[in-house]
Design a binder for this molecule. Structure first.
Ligand code: BTN
Length: 255
């Protein structure tokens, strides 16, 4: 992977053949003081993790599994846009390097033909008013054939190879994602949230759709209207109330 001179994201890349989870390792080295922009990449993960306590199947070296350590000078409540920025970096890189246009399901599922190509798991260490570090973990199904996926997820998963009909270069794509992420991350620091959310919205398969929101044993149905500048999804619910929802606290399903 070639990283342009002066780029901070990926200036230090730590590569493993096998690891439990790149997010776990990234959090460990972040606690030990590693530099902003350090990237942890693994060929295989034995216990890859997804959002909301889910597993992430990544026991095969056909995927792209990596985590980025960030040390943003931001308030914890402003961080959500970083995850949206990461999904923009991923879909733009896939379009630029492979010509495949993916969709993004809010907040950050990368989708092709309604099937899951990739996802992002952001974890942070923060105190009130202060962020110690953020780990952005990204998983992309790259060169898996259908048989590489566990039987239960075959209906729901897709890879770039399945889509393109040929093997793709994982290192090219990773390099391109890291360079794009450097650019969108700088945008976040400069307060260009609106521009990033506009770019996110261009790929969104959620905006304008009916969604079901599960929140603390309650369920609401409504229409996803837009994303606010802090990254929250604005939903006009059928009970007449407009709700702004954060990725961490709710689960959104398309109807
Ligand atoms: C999701 O859609 O639920 C998020 C999936 C995130 C998977 C990636 S793979 C690299 C990093 N390490 C992990 O254990 N998870 C993330």
């Amino acid at each position: 992977i070639s990283i342009p001179q002066g780029q901070m994201i990926g200036a230090d890349i730590q590569h493993f053949d096998e690891i439990d989870s790149t997010n776990n390792y990234a959090k460990k080295i972040a606690n030990e003081g590693c530099a902003h922009g350090t990237v942890v990449v693994a060929e295989k993960q034995t216990t890859g993790r997804g959002r909301i306590g889910r597993q992430w199947q990544s026991d095969t070296s056909e995927g792209i599994w990596f985590s980025i350590v960030l040390r943003p000078e931001m308030k914890p409540e402003d961080l959500q846009v970083i995850t949206l920025a990461a999904s923009v970096a991923v879909v733009e890189a896939i379009e630029e390097t492979l010509g495949i246009v993916c969709g993004i399901k809010w907040p950050n599922d990368i989708i092709i033909d309604g099937k899951k190509l990739g996802g992002i798991l952001t974890e942070l260490s923060a105190e009130p008013g202060h962020v110690n570090y953020v780990v952005v973990g990204i998983g992309i199904n790259a060169n898996q054939d259908l048989e590489h996926f566990d039987y239960e997820i075959r209906q729901k998963a897709i890879s770039l190879k399945m889509c393109k009909g040929e093997t793709v270069s994982r290192s090219n794509l990773l390099g391109s994602i890291l360079t794009n992420f450097e650019e969108v991350y700088k945008g976040v620091l400069l307060g260009k949230n609106k521009e990033i959310i506009d770019r996110w919205t261009k790929y969104s398969v959620t905006i304008g759709k009916e969604v079901k929101i599960a929140y603390r044993n309650m369920e609401y149905i409504g229409t996803a209207q837009s994303v606010a500048s802090d990254g929250r999804l604005i939903v006009q619910c059928k009970d007449g109330v407009t709700r702004e929802i954060s990725a961490g606290e709710i689960q959104v399903r398309g109807l």
